[in-house]
Write a protein that binds this ligand. Structure first.
Ligand SMILES: [Zn+2]
Length: 588
């Protein structure tokens, strides 16, 4: 399967082709050449033709498609917290189409699968991004969904970074790539996020400018098929993240306007922070200059969202996005809500304040687009890559069955029960999330030894916190079941990348492989339960009919819907066109 992925994966843009074959010593030189080529392309950026005077009435396509993903945003945040908003999130609700029952139907509710689904209009069983990271059976190691051994990442503004990333493991083109390929006129594809797995999957296999953040070094980063671009380099040089060193994240609203109590039970912590507002961005205790802890604090604060917004506005201005003949694409994924949500949970003042600040940032972004592109000339689609579970300790103290399933303990239990059957030493190669990968040939042997398989399943199913176990052969053969959870696991299953077994925990339980799980703090996501699956879908602008919609919808519907607005056909789509939210025009 990975060979297949390799064939379908990213090939560099022609100017960058040589970068794949150069030695490490030549990479710096290649980067310089690339910067020079990029400078030429940048100098040739088309100038705006018609400016903001163009009106929607005369346009047949939007001038700009804006895809916004809020990393870890539960659908019920819109229901509960919209009274706290007055900016862009409020405008999306007040002017846009709001799909109130939208949810992912699959089990792998994680960042990489979610962004890939929004981007391609397909589910993990088709786009192949089954998790943020999986066990590579050929390489016998964990690989992240964007790790690319053929590439070396490039840091902007003289920064440092490591690794190499692209979307080569994503087996379908992104909507943005199809837009560029199928459109008349120049389409520019630009994406930003703190996370590589968000920025890259939104863009596809190559793009004009895709940029992410290395939290360990505080550098903005790209790789050869996606940059570097001088206008981003110049912006980052002029606006180093370290300018935010010494700032403080304080509450934005009067205390009476927040839901729940100020200090959630069993919140996790961030180095250098106490557990309540205000949160100073000063790195480790005693640190006097930006350090790695500062960059982690920054990424877990609204300052990172604001920076991404400014990067996006700068791209709109520098490239004249939405002001030339083509339909341009701007993707922004706001990662900080995820870091804050994992740490403080969905009932925290912190997550509410993040959304208040994001609402303000998005309000400013939309005003910027109104001025530069023209109100009604652009279409916005906002969604999230997954939701999140409540903090298990908080649930448990409310009287619910909730807890943490320790996968290391489960692995020990599985090994022990298999010992008398002599299937081989170290039967399990890796447990990653809910996926169990057996060592080579062991799983085949188990399939032919019913008594060993039964003993294994019995031992797994009697472990406290385990709800169900699905075997690979039950998931790969199409839909034969009415079980919602098994169907969800099937939609996430991709042979060769998924595990041999999928162990699902009970609702309100998390999985953890650490040794500290009995004292678990913070929370997580990644299950087929509704708190992880339900996310907002909000559409606004060109061609969108305002209203609240209760029809079934999934984030895979976003790409086909944008396709319908821009005349783009996707080869594979698990989603549908959200036709009920599109304005009906009389055809002339
Ligand atoms: Zn995420």
């Amino acid at each position: 399967m990975l060979d297949c992925a390799r064939k379908l994966g990213a090939k560099p843009m022609s100017p960058g082709k040589s970068i794949y074959f150069v030695t490490a010593q030549k990479r710096i030189a290649a980067t310089v050449v690339l910067l020079m080529i990029s400078s030429v392309a940048w100098a040739q950026t088309p100038k705006p033709r018609s400016g903001v005077a163009r009106t929607a009435a005369h346009a047949t396509r939007p001038k700009l498609v804006v895809m916004i993903v809020v990393d870890q945003m539960r659908a019920d945040y819109v229901d509960k917290f919209r009274g706290q908003w007055s900016g862009g999130l409020k405008r999306l609700v007040n002017e846009g189409a709001w799909f109130r029952t939208a949810a992912y139907p699959y089990a792998a509710t994680e960042t990489c699968p979610g962004h890939s689904t929004i981007s391609t209009g397909a589910f993990p069983m088709h786009h192949g991004m089954v998790a943020n990271a999986w066990w590579d059976r050929d390489e016998q190691k964990m690989v992240t969904c964007t790790s690319d051994p053929k590439l070396t990442n490039i840091a902007y503004a003289g920064g440092t970074t490591k690794g190499g990333d692209s979307a080569w493991r994503m087996l379908l083109p992104a909507y943005a790539e199809e837009l560029k390929f199928q459109s008349e006129g120049a389409t520019r594809v630009v994406t930003f996020s703190l996370k590589a797995r968000a920025a890259l999957t939104m863009a596809g296999h190559k793009a004009d400018a895709t940029t992410w953040f290395d939290t360990s070094t505080g550098s903005w980063v790209t790789s050869a098929p996606y940059g570097p671009k001088p206008f981003i380099d110049a912006y980052v040089k002029q606006h180093p993240v370290s300018v935010d060193y010494g700032k403080t994240w304080s509450l934005s609203l009067p205390r009476s306007q927040y839901w729940y109590s100020e200090k959630p039970e069993s919140a996790s912590s961030v180095t250098g922070w106490s557990d309540t507002f205000p949160f100073p961005l000063r790195g480790k205790d005693g640190s006097a200059a930006p350090d790695e802890s500062f960059y982690q604090q920054w990424a877990t604060s609204p300052f990172a969202d604001s920076y991404l917004t400014k990067l996006a506005e700068n791209a709109v201005d520098s490239l004249n996005l939405g002001r030339t003949d083509g339909v341009d694409f701007l993707g922004i994924s706001y990662s900080s809500t995820d870091y804050v949500g994992h740490t403080f949970g969905p009932r925290s003042w912190e997550i509410q304040d993040m959304l208040v600040r994001l609402d303000k940032d998005l309000g400013e972004l939309f005003v910027h687009l109104d001025q530069k592109v023209g109100r009604g000339n652009y279409v916005v689609a906002l969604s999230a890559d997954h939701g999140v579970a409540p903090i298990p300790t908080e649930m448990h103290e409310s009287g619910f069955d909730a807890g943490v399933l320790n996968m290391t303990e489960l692995q020990d239990r599985m090994e022990q029960v298999l010992e008398p059957f002599n299937v081989g030493k170290t039967a399990i190669a890796k447990i990653a999330g809910n996926e169990v990968y057996f060592s080579q040939e062991i799983y085949d042997r188990l399939r032919h030894e019913p008594s060993a398989m039964k003993a294994l399943l019995d031992a797994t199913l009697t472990m406290p916190g385990v709800a169900e176990v699905f075997r690979a052969e039950e998931l790969g053969g199409g839909f034969k079941t009415v079980s919602q959870t098994r169907t969800a696991a099937e939609l996430s299953y991709f042979a060769g990348r998924s595990g041999d077994m999928y162990v699902l925990q009970q609702p309100y339980w998390l999985t953890d492989s650490g040794k500290e799980s009995k004292h678990h703090t913070g929370t997580g996501h990644g299950t087929p339960y509704y708190y992880d699956q339900r996310v907002p879908i909000l559409l606004m602008g060109f061609g969108i009919q305002h209203g609240e919609y209760f029809e079934p919808a999934t984030p895979a519907d976003i790409a086909p819907t944008l396709g319908a607005l821009t005349g783009v056909t996707l080869a594979t789509h698990d989603g549908r066109v959200l036709a009920e939210a599109l304005q009906k025009r009389s055809v002339q």
